[in-house]
Design a protein around this ligand. Structure first.
Ligand SMILES: [Zn+2]
Length: 188
């Protein structure tokens, strides 16, 4: 196993779509192992392949608590086949060190995926960390990032700015609409 280098925002790699995995061979197993090692080393609960520079449809998740035995799940070619409801909660991302803000997600999902043997699996999750983590990581496989699902764009902007990560993809002037005649806004 080897710990891999994390791809940090802003990077074009994080905006790319990923390719379906068709070979369930030793290279695929090694990628899963390396991603898990990288995730654990960085205290993450999930990691998607683009975050280690690999544009393939693989993600790993382990939402077990610190004092519990590890319970990793490797999702290959995952796809959400049912979803409903809505929930909001705080999220961070290993590609955005130090950045946390509220993100809106579906509150109940069913995900279909393949395991390392290529066998099809289904998993349902509702109102929990697993449900949130699956949606966050699956977005990475589509080249989407949690900044696009922030409950408050401004809160997300401030978090990015505070951590020196303000990219050019979001224009703060479009987020904060300054009413005409109120150009001298006071920021405390
Ligand atoms: Zn992420």
């Amino acid at each position: 196993m080897a710990k891999l280098q994390l791809v940090l925002y802003p990077s074009d790699t994080l905006n790319q779509k990923t390719k379906k995995i068709t070979r369930f061979d030793s290279a695929t197993r090694r990628l899963a192992q390396d991603m898990l090692e990288t995730m654990y080393a960085n205290n993450g609960v999930g990691l998607a392949a683009p975050q280690v520079g690999v544009l393939k449809r693989m993600m790993v998740i382990d939402v077990s608590g610190e004092d519990e035995p590890r319970k990793p799940t490797v999702f290959i070619n995952p796809e959400i086949i049912e979803s409903s409801g809505e929930m909001t909660g705080n999220e961070g991302c290993l590609s955005f060190p130090g950045v946390f803000f509220e993100v809106r997600r579906r509150s109940r999902i069913v995900v279909k995926f393949q395991n390392l043997a290529g066998k099809e699996q289904k998993l349902a999750a509702a109102d929990n960390l697993l449900c949130r983590a699956i949606q966050h990581e699956l977005d990475h496989l589509e080249g989407q990032l949690f900044v696009d699902k922030a409950v408050s764009k401004l809160a997300a902007e401030l978090e990015l700015s505070k951590n020196g990560l303000l990219g050019e993809t979001i224009d703060i002037a479009q987020t904060v609409k300054i009413p005409a005649g109120e150009t001298e806004l006071m920021f405390g």
